[in-house]
Design a protein around this ligand. Structure first.
Ligand SMILES: [Zn+2]
Length: 168
């Protein structure tokens, strides 16, 4: 990531923030983490960053992580960035998976990306001792005006799946 995209400081995370990067909904079979990377790294000013991108091409790590802390990203406002790990899932309109508007290709893509993200979140929860209550969607951040990754999707699909895997 370019230096403008993150804060050169190591912070101890107690929260995990989940995003979607809003890349085109017309090609869900091409929702790649490399597209997420290019979108973030390509900005000359007002840089943004997250720690991981997850897409159909797998999990990409974008910022340096340590056992006891992570590089501070610029993802959801400074106050939250100073104590969180953030993950960008490729794609958009994840709520459509639950309201019947998603095409079969889209549903497949969301399922695959979610499965990988849940695995990643489980590792992060364990590494940094983060409780499930502190795994939040960007839309839950007060004053953010954001809707990603989709409230219905997050509450009815992502979190139940995470909880299920937490028990096993
Ligand atoms: Zn977001």
């Amino acid at each position: 990531m370019p230096k403008t995209a993150y804060v050169n400081r190591v912070i101890v995370p107690d929260t995990i923030v989940i995003h979607t990067d809003d890349q085109s909904g017309k090609t869900p079979e091409k929702w790649f983490s490399t597209t997420t990377w290019n979108g973030l790294a390509g900005r000359d000013s007002g840089g943004r960053s997250v720690h991981f991108g997850v897409g159909l091409d797998g999990v990409g790590q974008f910022l340096t992580m340590y056992e006891g802390g992570v590089t501070q990203c610029r993802g959801a406002g400074r106050s939250l960035d100073s104590h969180s790990v953030q993950i960008e899932m490729g794609g958009r309109s994840y709520n459509d998976m639950l309201n019947g508007k998603a095409t079969p290709a889209m549903v497949r893509s969301i399922e695959m990306i979610t499965a990988q993200t849940v695995d990643l979140v489980l590792v992060l929860m364990e590494t940094y001792d983060i409780p499930i209550e502190n795994v939040i969607g960007h839309y839950e951040v007060e004053g953010s005006g954001k809707t990603d990754p989709g409230n219905t999707y997050f509450e009815q699909y992502f979190l139940p799946l995470l909880e299920e895997n937490l028990d096993s």
